[in-house]
Design a protein around this ligand. Sequence first.
Ligand SMILES: [Zn+2]
Length: 264
Amino acid sequence: MSINETKLGVRPVRAFADNYIWLIEAPANPRKAVVVDPGEAAPVLAELHRNGQSLAAILLTHHHADHIGGVAGLLSEAAVPVFGPDDARIPNLTRKVGEGDAVDLADLQLHFQTLFVPGHTLSHIAFFGHGALSCGDTLFSAGCGRLFEGTAMQMSASLRRLSALPPETRVYAGHEYTAANLKFALQVDAGNRAASDYRDRVSALRASDLPSLPSTIELENRVNPFLRCDDAAIRAAAAAHSGTNLPDPASVFAELRTWKDGFR
Ligand SMILES: [Zn+2]
């Protein structure tokens, strides 16, 4: 089995109201872990301690405080490399990575490709490797991030790239928003049986206080309206909501994003 086929041990650390900080266990040494988007240091340190692990590296997808706020606290415990996008708003980076760059942690047998996925922010990146995608606030299960800085065109292109990853790719998103996202998905795409079945599974998981994540690209391609902008039912629903003709998937995406922003 090649390194990149090694299935990773990944587990969530909860932070704030609904963030997930993802801890990735190093295949080469289960006592070492890499953390993605540590918005807070204390729960990460507690989880590492509980498992007898030490931190080996930090990966950052974007500059928002709920994704980087714990970096300084973690570095004060251990000087580890910090990988993230080239953005002056992100302090403490030791290695700036962008499209086409690799994060190679050979001693840990970890290897990730960096994908540039602007939209939620202008410098947002994602990490892909070992069949796992760390996508921050770009792709959520059954939804996507808000357009704080980028355009609908940028976000729609970013999501199309993620949608084209291998279907079995596990999706580790930054927030537990799945139930609310599915409510919107079923408003837009009421006849989508995969989405209503998923809603029932998510509702059972959440009732037991279990994470709905990770999802998979295959599931997202079936249930996530933001990945299905060329679907006839979704195009029709978006056009009806906008009251205008929406000529292409990017304009369907833009309408869905605006609609969701005001959806309760
Ligand atoms: Zn964010």
